[in-house]
Design a protein around this ligand. Sequence first.
Ligand code: ADP
Ligand code: NG1
Length: 454
Amino acid sequence: MADNPPVVGVPPESRERYDAIKAAFKSKFDANPTFYARASGRVNLIGEHIDYCGYAVLPMAIEQDVVFATRPNDSAKITMSNTNPKYPDFETDIESFTISSSDPQWYNYALCGIKGVMEHMGSKGRGFTCMVEGTVPQSAGLSSSSSLVCCAALTMMHANGWTMSKKEIADVCSHCEHYIGTEGVGMDQAICFMAQRGTAKLIEFNPLRSMDVELPEGAAFVISNSCVEANKAATSHFNIRVVECRLATQVMAKARGLEWRGLKRLGDLQQQLGLGQKDMLGVVEDVLHQEPYSKDEVCQILGVTADELASTTLSANTLTTQSFKLYQRASHVYSEANRVWQFKAVCDDKPTNGMERLGELMSASHASCRDLYECSHPDLDSLVDICMKAGALGSRLTGAGWGGCAVSVVPADQVKPFLARVKEEYYDGTSRQSQVASSLFGTQPGGGAAIYTD
Ligand code: ADP
Ligand code: NG1
């Protein structure tokens, strides 16, 4: 079926890699895999930290991916091994496993995808043995964790002969990472399944839908990793931002006389008020103050106790957070949501200065992430500055931030000198030098998750 993740032969250009994964499987399990699931990472071109507020984002899939070489069996066990020796083997009974949110071990991400599919299908299904290999840089904002979750979900689905449309499995996966304690929802899993080679996608939520975005000819997108790792599940930065956006929604809803308890996303507030995105910046100015809100003040405004706030708004790892920057976070979200549509309009209209316009929007996005959302990192800021001096027309952090990668738009004929200069100024002569090959690379819109067979 056209709308399901495709089941196709291993692409000839990837044959060598898949033979190596197959050999690793054979040497570990003394049998051959019967299929391979693959799910790629992504780079978000613009629209950061707004998916969980209900706003559209604009990512594309990258070549780097996660592969599960798999052999289903009737043992009622899931057995996972990883080609990277830093990840220990794992085996569990399919009937009963728990996912620890306080210990984001690699296999817990896989279990998130497996559990999500089991619950959706209402069946435990059959067991399988798999060898996992991943090439997505980790904790770098390129969605390695979601690739692992989505790949495991796809494996579980195919191993059991179940089928789901791309949208259905993306929806299932978008909630799976909650099992490991991350409050995010949407972008990574949607692009993972809905990506198409050659085009970026504008992705909208509720309901999930996507539109192709043709990037300007002559524009290259280059990823550079600051090499500062930021693990979402092991820290509370990410969930604090989700909660700050919820609180901003609720405080503004209350000020505008709306029933605030049911409102969790800044996008829902906009809908309820029937205003445009830019008008929402006026509401932020009118209602919210720039000084951080204390927990007591928020409780007072909403008329709830701290315990009630915990159940209406907070997440497990934000229960002790005492200070919330509501004005700054809401200002970022509404302005960033607007930049996504401006970016798409430039791609659609193809003005002569299209690349420069995209660059301006990307740089404005970075400034907003850095100053209002405070999700950057000093090394990442300095990498973005180096990219701009090296000839980028715009450069910004991509993904969750607090480290990880920048994405820059560079005229295609300038990529070579750009790469040389960024290498020289950010990587050479530092501890990052040895990682430069996997940290600095151009990228093209890649394809969506798929099942490959020999
Ligand atoms: P990202 O921004 O890359 O999604 P996260 O910090 O959310 O970063 O997730 C990174 C975690 O995902 C790693 O610490 C690891 O547990 C898991 N992971 C990602 N890729 C792999 C892989 N190829 N093999 C095993 N675990 C992986
Ligand atoms: P990464 O870069 O994978 O940590 C996270 C969220 C996205 C999105 C971005 C910020 C998850 C699984 N991923 O991405 O949905 O909110 O941060 O734009 O929660």
